[in-house]
Design a protein around this ligand. Structure first.
Ligand code: ADP
Ligand code: MG
Length: 288
């Protein structure tokens, strides 16, 4: 993607709002029309459901908030390239359909996480806060199964799962939240032990109560909360459950391609010069 950043003629920098990953993230509305927010700084989110349900739409809304958060770096894994591709210029890493790249990036994140825990321990602390001024590293994975069950050798897929599980289990307090989507909510892709590490789970339309339960948690379908009752034409509708809560029906806010492009463009502005999209750096130097 080409970077379309251009400076105003007089060299001024446009001023506008910037967010933080510690701020509530707007996800959409609930069934009463009330706004729904989540806080991802210390939590992970899992989105599951059949293809076309709206999982990538949710990931893009979260990516938009993260991109506009100046205290945040993005790490994107997208085997399909086009779901999160528009954020590539504002991301530290963008992994396409390449298991070796995915593994290298996850290993690096694991090292960063270990270093952050060593740092916390040295300071007698248990978690990062906004005041530490360390960036939140938001990891978005569109389609876990692509890396854990489709590409690469068995051993590589297993390493992917092990690294992802470690990040999901330990990343939260170190400021490395994971947001992951899967169109295959089955036990082989999302074992219960992994599912329970995600503090937020969103079940988009599912074909069976069992797959809805795999996302939301065992027993919810029997209590009437099942993503099988979402109409196939109601894309972006989901049941969202937060740790310890009851699932609620939501409709996720949807960003069009044009909106994503303009947000990503603006995000590149407010992130300069902490990220390094090569073309914007060149233009900035030229103008200075
Ligand atoms: N929140 C939403 N509101 C309205 N339409 C949506 C929403 N989310 C997705 N859609 C529509 O559904 C299509 C498929 O959504 P997508 O997020 O790609 O599904 P998934 O990732 O679950 O396969 C999108 O191209 C869009 O047209
Ligand atoms: Mg998708």
């Amino acid at each position: 993607m080409t970077n379309t950043i251009s400076l105003p003629d007089d060299g001024r920098v446009p001023v506008g709002p910037a967010l933080s990953m510690f701020d509530p993230i707007y996800l959409g509305i609930d069934e009463f029309g009330q706004p729904v927010y989540i806080t991802l700084a210390y939590r992970n989110l899992l989105a599951g459901g059949e293809p076309g349900g709206g999982k990538s739409g949710l990931l893009n809304s979260i990516a938009a908030h993260a991109a506009l958060s100046t205290d945040t770096r993005l790490v994107l894994l997208d085997g399909k390239l086009v779901e999160l591709g528009m954020w590539e210029d504002v991301a530290d890493e963008f992994v396409g359909p390449d298991i070796h790249h995915a593994l290298a990036v996850l290993r690096r994140l694991q090292t960063v996480m270990n270093n952050r825990y060593a740092w916390l321990r040295a300071h007698g602390r248990r978690k990062l806060t906004r005041d530490d001024r360390l960036s939140i590293i938001t990891v978005l994975v569109d389609e876990i199964a692509f890396f854990s069950a489709t590409v690469g050798a068995k051993q590589e897929q297993e390493e992917f799962i092990a690294l992802l599980r470690d990040l999901v289990a330990r990343g939260r307090a170190a400021g490395i939240p994971v947001v992951a989507a899967t169109q295959r909510p089955s036990f082989d892709i999302i074992p219960t032990s992994l599912r329970d590490l995600f503090g937020y789970r969103a079940a988009f339309r599912c074909t069976t109560p069992n797959s809805s339960n795999i996302v939301l948690g065992h027993g919810w379908a029997e209590q009437g909360y099942t993503a099988t009752d979402i109409s196939p034409t109601n894309q972006g509708a989901a049941y969202l459950i937060a740790e310890g809560g009851v699932p609620r029906r939501i409709k996720v806010a949807y960003l069009s391609d044009a909106q994503i492009e303009s947000i990503a463009d603006y995000a590149a502005w407010i992130r300069r010069p902490t990220t390094t999209p090569a073309s914007s750096r060149v233009e900035w130097v030229k103008a200075a």
